[in-house]
Design a protein around this ligand. Structure first.
Ligand code: KIV
Length: 274
């Protein structure tokens, strides 16, 4: 039976790790307190993703996201979570230069936000950093396949690991798992490769555009809610159309203000009513 709502115990990195091959791990992003409160009831893991830059700040990609932005949104999410594990993304430029710098910035993020873990993009080349952090009490989620911070190096948000490229993604998966990551996000890779990685490595895989063969799934919460009318990657399913609903609500408000039917009598104050 699945634990829900107030019956759930707080999630920990070892508890997520122990879900390998078991009940699928449910993950979503959140960037604000109200959204964190909504997703907490249903998710095992909540990611304060650097996608916040594109989703809430209108940036063209995630490269402009700073540590300060992650701290601000991380603090907001912390206030909304009770039981889901909170993971914060390390933004571009905060971890690549050296394991020591990655440690300083990861510790800063965890201290300031109360997150239980950080996520780092990159495969084999980031394994020494993942090992350095993991051995110093910083639980790490790795992120391989399409790593959006490398969009310029990849030349776009292309599927990774097709054909001969599969070998490298497989090596990445082994390297980050062996370095101590307690879970691995796999983004936008062919189903067969995601399945092989999931069978091969000892820690849970969390797919985004990587098939139901993974041990869990993650998506950007605004995407599943249909907040963006003109944006829908193939791997996203919209479970609501809130962007359209919001637009209709705003249009109805504007019309009622213009014809003076809002505010109506029930919205008014007098000397006697409460
Ligand atoms: O920043 C993000 O939202 C991510 C995804 C894996 C959801 O990294």
């Amino acid at each position: 039976m699945t634990e829900t709502g107030s019956t759930r115990r707080p999630m920990t990195p070892p508890a997520i790790r122990a879900r390998k091959g078991g009940m699928p791990i449910v993950c979503l992003t959140a960037y604000t307190t109200p959204m964190a409160q909504l997703v907490d009831k249903h998710c095992d893991l909540v990611l304060v993703g650097d996608s916040v830059g594109m989703v809430l700040h209108g940036l063209p990609d995630t490269l402009g996201v700073t540590l300060d932005m992650m701290v601000l949104h991380g603090k907001a999410v912390r206030r909304g979570l009770n039981s889901a594990l909170m993971v914060v993304d390390m933004p571009f430029g905060s971890y690549e230069a050296s394991p020591e710098e990655a440690f300083r910035n990861a510790a800063h993020l965890m201290r300031e936000t109360g997150a239980e873990a950080v996520k780092i993009e990159g495969g084999e080349q980031m394994a020494p950093t993942i090992r350095f952090l993991s051995q110093r009490s910083i639980p790490v989620v790795a992120h391989i396949g399409l790593t959006p911070q490398a969009v310029n190096a990849f030349g776009g948000y292309r599927v990774q690991g097709r054909g001969a490229e599969a070998e490298q993604v497989l090596r990445d998966a082994h390297a980050v798992a062996e370095a101590g990551a307690f879970a691995v996000v796999i983004e936008k890779v062919p189903e067969a490769l995601a399945r092989q990685i999931t069978e091969d490595i000892a820690v849970p895989t969390i797919g985004i555009g990587a098939s139901a063969a993974c041990d869990g799934q993650i998506l950007v919460v605004d995407d599943i809610l249909g907040m963006f009318v003109d944006f829908q990657p193939k791997f996203v399913k919209r479970f609501a159309q809130l962007g359209n609903d919001a637009e209709s609500a705003i249009a109805a408000y504007a019309e009622e203000v213009r014809v003076r039917s809002f505010p109506a009598p029930e919205h008014l104050f007098s000397d006697s009513n409460p």
